[in-house]
Ligand binder design. Sequence first.
Ligand SMILES: *Cc1c(COP(=O)(O)O)cnc(C)c1O
Length: 428
Amino acid sequence: MTTTYERARSAELLERAERVMPGGVSSPVRAYRAVGGHPPFIEAGEGCRVRDVDGRSYVDLVCSWGPLIAGHAHPEVVRAIAEQAGRGTSYGAPTPLEAELAATISEAVPSVEMLRFVSSGTEAAMSAVRLARGATGRAKVLKFAGCYHGHSDALLAKAGSGLATLGLPGSAGVTPGAAADTITVAYNDLEAVRVAAGAAPLAAILVEPYAGNMGCVPPDPGFLEGLREICDRTGALLVFDEVITGFRVARGGAQERSGIRADLTCFGKVIGGGLPVGAYGGSRTLMSLVAPLGPVYQAGTLSGNPLAMTAGLATLRLLDVAAYARLEAIGALLEAGLVRAARAAGAAVRVQRIASLLTLFFTDRPVRNEDDAMTSDRERFAAFHRAMLARGVMLPPSQFECWFVSLAHDEAAIEEIVAAARASLEES
Ligand SMILES: *Cc1c(COP(=O)(O)O)cnc(C)c1O
């Protein structure tokens, strides 16, 4: 593997970017600090593949970290965006597209009777917390170590994702005041939740119902049911952060899959089809507290942006019953292939999957929470990542992320990934 870092154009562009942007990137994990080497600079994507500025092509398992459930540049999504762009890109006034996307989401997720669009998952979670506090008159929120809910001050504690990747417990610049009302306990630890909910009145319990930001970690049987019960008993609102799982693990997201109804739900990623979007929603009663109907203020210049709305609508139109069956089948094929590859290579790894989300952990124990995830051998993951990249497979550059499979990943692409994984596991 001598070719990994012979990406001259990417290296040159990174140097240039590093002079004017921290790490040369717009989001930290993209800088490849956890895996070493230079990130390829991407100039085009089509289907399940991306091409870098050095002309190398990769099977892409990042898929923009989740939004691209239909793959890159899906013709119908591209057409919808192009047609809307020709009519203008933003008006700062209501559009028919917003109401249509809102109705589409509400139909798929019945607990979401009303919703508000924002421009990112961060804003969605931040606004949901504000609403939960406004609705309950309580300050404290409970979250789980390893769950990421965006980078708002209150939610950065033990937030998995890029923080875990960089080994940071939290962020500088967050005041003790902003963090003081956030309680963090281990994922899948219902007893800890019971204790915390008994010790102080909680405005909300925030959870990734199927965790994706410490790698792919499913809830134990009864965990989500237990959270629902604790919320019902104590008056805390149950907030499902479905920024990854929404329209990903089922059309109705984690709520359809688990049968548990959330009080508030956060969306992002898939509902924007690759353009910047987030949303939060819940019952008519709760959402009627949001301005202009109620006292909880929240606004956005580009919220409900027509390009994003139309990309979201075009993407959600592709997600029928057959699409989810396909995502499950292709995800299962990849899982089985990786398990076989690991066995053949004699590698002690663990593959965890939910639908089209999957993580290969370099640990031999089941990963039920962030501490388990941290037992992964990150150096081996880094070597594996470099070896895969050299073989033309682009994985998320962190042990603590999900691989995202899309409708554009065909059997041939899965075979390529599995063959690359076997060879890479043998050498890393
Ligand atoms: C990505 C993500 C967010 C943040 O969304 P951004 O659009 O990156 O701000 C929030 N919650 C979860 C579960 C996420 O995966």
